[in-house]
Write a protein that binds this ligand. Structure first.
Ligand code: DX5
Ligand code: ZN
Length: 282
């Protein structure tokens, strides 16, 4: 298996200098740029995580400055609503959360509902039934992005199986190793069981994605902005041995455990951006 991809989480960057921060990371040897999307457009979103970060306009702006793989992690309750706009903005990967299918994410806080005199259990996010995953994944692919599915620490790994076994499988699983929402939290080693289980169950996940790569440019140069993104999407499965991403609390003291469990894409925010010499950390 080739070396793991390192994806610095731009959540820890200086957002006021995003383009130069991105360039800095790529120069230091980053493979991908991990973009944490936490948005609130209306009452149906913004509650998946208790934070707000960036949306499609920022991706669109950044895309004008870089050819890099923009690995977008969407912590939103209604991912389907964002597929088109992120595709247009130039996102490379579109990773959504599996929990959004279960109505576990409440649209309104219990406090607001109390004030409205409503029972919060009756007001859950609209359902994304299992058979709609297919549609979501299809749409993501049709916009030239790579579909991925993320799961929170409390979500059993079995919940992503239908997304890997179906007709339109996702191409990456993101195992959260902290509660999503903020950078700088402590890595949860227990999550490595999920990574191991997944790697054991899907040993060929990457192999199936690999093809003859001899005629392709090096992984760092595939995402040419003058090329339509759908074209990049066709190239990428052949270039990358990927599939299993970990996110949260990753750094020199935790990366070994993640890699040993079978992760091959490492997201790292505070450990990279907080380092005196980020290039060395990467
Ligand atoms: C948390 C985000 C992570 C986070 C990682 O919701 O998904 O990408 O920024 O940051 P560190 O590496 O600092 O835990
Ligand atoms: Zn993330």
């Amino acid at each position: 298996m080739p070396a793991a991809k390192i994806a610095p989480s731009m959540l820890s960057s200086d957002f006021a200098n995003l383009a130069s921060e991105a360039q800095r990371m790529l120069t230091f040897g980053a493979d991908w740029l991990h973009m944490d999307i936490m948005i609130k457009i209306d009452l149906q979103d913004g509650h998946f995580v208790p934070n707000l970060t960036i949306g499609a306009p920022v991706i669109e702006s950044l895309r004008k400055h870089t050819k890099a793989y923009l690995d977008c992690h969407l912590m939103v309750t209604n991912p389907l609503d964002y597929v088109e706009v992120f595709g247009k903005a130039g996102a490379s990967g579109f990773t959504f959360h599996v929990e959004v299918s279960k109505g576990r994410n409440i649209m309104f806080t219990p406090l607001i509902l109390n004030e409205l005199g409503l029972d919060f259990r009756s007001l859950m996010v609209r359902e994304t039934p299992a058979d709609n995953w297919q549609e979501l994944v299809k749409q993501i692919k049709s916009k030239g992005m790579r579909p991925g599915v993320a799961l929170k620490p409390g979500t059993p790994i079995e919940e992503v199986y239908p997304l890997l076994d179906g007709e339109n499988p996702v191409e990456m699983v993101l195992v959260m190793t902290v509660e999503p929402g903020f950078g700088g939290q402590k890595f949860m080693p227990d999550m490595m069981d999920k990574v191991r289980t997944l790697r054991e169950k899907y040993p060929k996940l990457d192999i199936e994605l690999l093809n003859d790569i001899s005629h392709l440019p090096s992984p760092n140069s595939y995402a040419v902005t003058s090329t339509p993104f759908s074209h990049c999407a066709k190239l990428m499965p052949m270039v990358f041995d990927w599939g299993l991403q970990v996110d949260g609390g990753l750094g020199p003291s935790t990366i070994e455990a993640a890699a040993a469990a079978g992760a091959n894409c490492i997201v790292a925010g505070s450990s990279v951006f907080g380092a005196a010499e980020p290039a060395k950390k990467i």
